[in-house]
Design a protein around this ligand. Structure first.
Ligand code: DGL
Length: 272
């Protein structure tokens, strides 16, 4: 048993898609979230910068969780470009890649899987390689969607808003026309606009949320290894960001369906 909190980090709001799943399924667990809102987006940056940021986010999460329980990199870009940062850690470290690819392979019926993600994620080929390893006969169709993260971070999240809808149509039409029956939302921000994506892809395409799959896998490992808390009290959540707190909590509240204003703190990620 371990009463120390789980750490979850992302470049911004996207990791909330993992956070929501963890809060729902592990209500007694305390969770610390870090969103690097001052440096988002990561996905349009070069490999070395992404790795540097990922290491800092990870160290901050470990430090704040008192280096025990677990850290979840709830970011497709970090998971794709800095896969090895968890290797030397004394704590269980989770990323989104494996559980998401596994869920898509289990879900597809026609063997055609679409993958959307940031430019860095798609360029790395990480999801494609993982799918090909699990199911070599699968046909994979990839598309980078670099405008989705700024849209989410700037609260363009309503499915009735024409701006995200037109952007989604531009990005997703070729994948829909390829006939995929399963689409990996390979960036954790994308489930926040899943209704927009669903309207473009149609009801028959299953959307796989990388944040949700990573949270499910994290929960299973913690359960199996006796690393969950004693369950005697309700879990608490604390949020850290590297820029203004207001823009974060407004979208966070919309997405999580609960007020987080009083538990968001701005930190300097270079000197915490
Ligand atoms: N949520 C991050 C991901 O899953 C967003 C990356 C970005 O900041 O561009 O890739």
């Amino acid at each position: 048993m371990d009463n120390r909190p789980i750490g979850v980090f992302d470049s911004g709001l996207g990791g909330l898609t993992a956070m929501r799943e963890l809060i729902r399924t592990l209500p007694n667990e305390s969770i610390l979230y870090f969103g690097d809102t001052g440096r988002v987006p990561y996905g349009s940056r070069g490999r070395e910068i992404i790795r540097k940021y990922a290491k800092q986010d990870n160290e901050f999460s470990q430090f704040r969780t008192r280096r025990k329980n677990a850290v979840l990199a709830a970011c497709g870009t970090v998971s794709s470009v800095a896969r090895d940062i968890g290797d030397a850690l004394p704590v269980p470290y989770f990323d989104v890649l494996r559980p998401t690819a596994r869920a898509a392979v289990e879900q597809t019926k026609n063997g055609k899987i679409g993958i959307i993600g940031t430019a860095a994620t798609i360029a790395s080929g990480s999801y494609r390689k993982e799918i090909e390893r699990l199911a070599p006969k699968t046909e994979v169709f990839e598309q980078a969607c670099p405008l989705f993260v700024p849209l989410v971070e700037n609260a363009f999240v309503s499915p009735d808003d024409p701006i995200p809808r037109l952007t989604a149509e531009r990005y997703l039409t070729p994948i829909r026309e390829a006939g995929v029956d399963t689409l990996i939302l390979g960036c954790t921000h994308y489930p926040i606009i899943s209704e927009t994506i669903r309207r473009v892809m149609g009801e028959n395409v299953t959307l796989i949320s990388s944040g949700r799959e990573a949270a499910k896998s994290c929960r299973t490992v913690l359960e199996e290894n006796g690393l969950l808390c004693d369950g005697k009290t309700d879990g608490t959540q604390q949020y850290f960001v590297s820029d203004d707190t207001e823009s974060f909590y407004k979208v966070a509240e919309l997405f999580l369906g609960q007020s987080v204003e009083s538990c968001v703190e701005c930190i300097d990620i270079e000197r915490y």
